[in-house]
Design a protein around this ligand. Structure first.
Ligand code: 5GP
Length: 191
């Protein structure tokens, strides 16, 4: 996706060999036109996958997930990181180690929104070591729903998440695949 690659090149900040900061359009300030294009592209790629629900994780997955849900015409569920008084049922939960915050969190989804027979598309902003993706897969499996694929806005292909998901047989569509951040420069794989 040229628009995304260009945006990463022009507004992304390489914080280290491992971390890319995209607060200007995805993780803090959000570019709605870019999110719309991202949603359209994920919907195009998964048009024939029979998706019935989208699952993401708060907060930064929500914008691309909602746009994808709009184009696919399906509801979007975001796994919550914080316990809420309004989430009173027995929740589907999984533990996830946060790459950026370096803390372990429990994420939760109400079983009311996911059920057997759902074909679920997981959307997230970044794929690094795959902890967030594996936590969402676990939650979807607990609901006895099916993981139909994963849509990732920015994959850091030099970390372990993508290879693990490939090995598990999941379909992964990443709109930008970062080969390296070395020397402060972003280099991409074809995506
Ligand atoms: P993983 O669980 O795959 O190790 O990491 C994915 C999660 O960590 C994403 O949901 C994202 O919030 C965060 N993350 C991982 N790498 C980066 C990065 O380079 N930059 C930013 N901004 N977030 C990242």
């Amino acid at each position: 996706m040229d628009a995304l690659h260009n945006k990463i090149r022009s507004e992304g900040i390489v914080l280290s060999d491992q971390v890319l900061k995209v607060d200007a359009f995805l993780n803090h300030q959000i570019d709605p036109a870019l999110m719309k294009a991202i949603g359209e592209e994920f919907a195009r790629r998964f048009a024939d996958a029979g998706i019935t629900k989208i699952v993401t994780i708060e907060a930064s997955g929500i914008a691309p997930a909602v746009m994808t849900g709009l184009y696919l015409g399906v509801p979007v569920i975001f796994a919550r990181k914080h316990a809420s008084l309004t989430l009173t049922e027995n929740l589907l939960t999984a533990s996830v180690y946060s790459f950026t915050k370096q803390t372990e969190n429990t994420v939760a989804v109400s079983p009311r929104h996911l059920s057997k027979g759902d074909r679920v598309l997981i959307i997230d902003d970044f794929l690094a070591n795959g902890r967030a993706a594996q936590a969402l897969i676990s939650i979807i499996q607990q609901a006895e729903a099916e993981v139909a694929g994963l849509g990732i806005v920015i994959e850091k292909s030099f970390q372990t998440g993508r290879a693990q998901l490939d090995e598990q047989g999941y379909r992964v569509e990443s709109l930008a695949r970062v080969a390296s951040l070395e020397g402060g420069t972003v280099s991409f794989l074809p995506s």
